[in-house]
Design a protein around this ligand. Structure first.
Ligand code: GCO
Length: 426
């Protein structure tokens, strides 16, 4: 058995909008429910985690895991600008209390893709006012709940806009990449309709609609950097003991001869350019799902024989080890794997993915890399954004007609690895 450090965080992750249900004050709610929505289906009740969180965290503990990464929903805490909802704070206080009761360490994310719709009406993620607004919300949460939050991530996948811009460019130039499988076809027409409807529902001109999951201008990128640094300062002031970080989504970037420059450019854009803004962070949240191989013309298409996940990504758990080693070249503070997982309907493949990914994590730790925890994405099958409920990332299956939970063997598998490590230390 692989021996991990005794204080290793073994966990699973969720994001509020993907599991809670009825996140009605968020931008996503408007986008999912509007005419001509690009969403496969609306999130609706999701998997009712807002009501069933006790059961879900109870299951996580029962599997043998010791950490739960979840997000607090800005649109619930501050449904209208500067109006904070005490009942939403109370809800998350209960979630944190449940973790405490079950000896589960919470890792809290303060922004996981969705934003309050008022923020978008006011310029969203291209507005100079957004960093201060985000920091004010973070300060409020941390003043209220910080004593129960040991680890906090400001922004989830702060680099996602770069990946989205790349995906759109590749799509337009007729290329293919793992990331774009699952996107709707006829993209330009859809985008036109989408933007005109967006404009209607947000009540602002189409080009002013700037949600988080859109390509960013250089100015928008600066706003993200600033949102993180201002939030970090606000969190430290409100809750000095909480460890602060960010999460970035990173492919294992590889190249074949002729693709080296493009691969290096990709790493620069998606990772290296963020580093100056993270120097004061306490940890780095690393998220990885697969690899991308660059050739002279861009990302190579996957061959027909390649094993693919439900997302159309290459099944490649070894990517995690490679990305950890790459990050460590630039980052010597603690690393937490805040997401890693696979969309599949064959749970045996999830088990294989977990085992192979953990072998890589273990090898990194053995080489002295400070990896402090592994959060599997995801605790529950959930709302995979534009792709709706069709992608199964969960350790727990959910019957959305009854909201009944059915843990998969992979849940017990991951939990038993955690448990064996805990027991062997006694
Ligand atoms: C992300 C998000 C998650 C996704 C997951 C699977 O990484 O995009 O953090 O919300 O659901 O990655 O695609």
């Amino acid at each position: 058995m692989l021996q991990f450090p005794s204080d290793f965080f073994w966990g699973a992750a969720t994001a509020a909008h993907q599991v809670e249900g009825n996140n009605k004050h968020s931008d996503f709610w408007l986008m999912e429910n509007m005419e001509g929505s690009m969403y496969k289906e609306p999130s609706g009740d999701a998997v009712d985690h807002y009501r069933l969180f006790r059961e879900d965290i109870g299951l996580l503990a029962k599997f043998g895991l010791n950490t739960y990464r979840f997000s607090i929903e800005w649109a619930r805490i501050e449904p209208e600008e500067d109006q904070f909802d005490e009942s939403a704070i109370g809800h998350y206080r209960d979630v944190l209390a449940t973790c405490k009761k079950l000896n589960i360490t919470p890792i809290v994310t303060l922004h996981h893709f969705s934003s309050p719709h008022w923020l978008i009406r006011d310029g969203g993620w291209e507005s100079e006012g957004t960093p201060a607004r985000f920091a004010r919300y973070c300060a409020h949460v941390m003043r209220e709940l910080g004593t129960c939050i040991p680890y906090v991530c400001t922004i989830n996948e702060a680099n996602i806009a770069i990946g989205i811009a790349k995906m759109i460019k590749q799509f337009e130039s007729g290329g293919t990449s793992a990331a774009q499988v699952g996107m709707n076809t006829d993209m330009q027409e859809q985008m036109k309709r989408y933007y005109s409807e967006l404009s209607k529902v947000f009540g602002i001109p189409p080009l002013e609609v700037q949600t988080f999951l859109q390509p960013r201008t250089d100015n928008g990128l600066k706003i993200i950097f600033q949102a993180h640094t201002e939030a970090r300062a606000a969190i430290r002031e409100a809750s000095p003991h909480s460890q602060v970080g960010i999460t970035l989504s990173l492919y294992d970037v590889q190249s074949v001869p002729g693709g080296e420059a493009l691969a290096a450019h990709s790493l620069q854009e998606e990772f290296v350019q963020f580093l100056p803004y993270l120097q004061d962070d306490d940890f780095f949240g690393l998220q990885n799902y697969t690899r991308e191989i660059y050739g002279p013309e861009g990302v190579l298409a996957l061959s027909a024989e390649t094993e693919k996940t439900e997302m159309g990504y290459e099944f490649y758990p070894e990517g995690l080890e490679h990305v950890i080693r790459y990050v460590y070249k630039h980052w010597s503070k603690p690393i937490i794997i805040t997401e890693n997982g696979v969309a599949t309907n064959e749970d045996t493949r999830r088990i294989a993915y977990i085992d192979r990914a953990l072998e890589g994590v273990h090898a990194c730790i053995a080489d002295g890399i400070p990896v402090k925890g592994y959060m599997h994405w995801s605790l529950l099958d959930n709302f995979e954004w534009q792709l709706g409920y069709s992608k199964r990332f969960g350790l727990i299956e959910v019957d959305r007609t009854t909201q009944g939970r059915n843990p998969k063997p992979s849940a017990y598998h991951l939990g038993s690895i955690a448990q064996m490590n805990a027991i062997s230390k006694i």
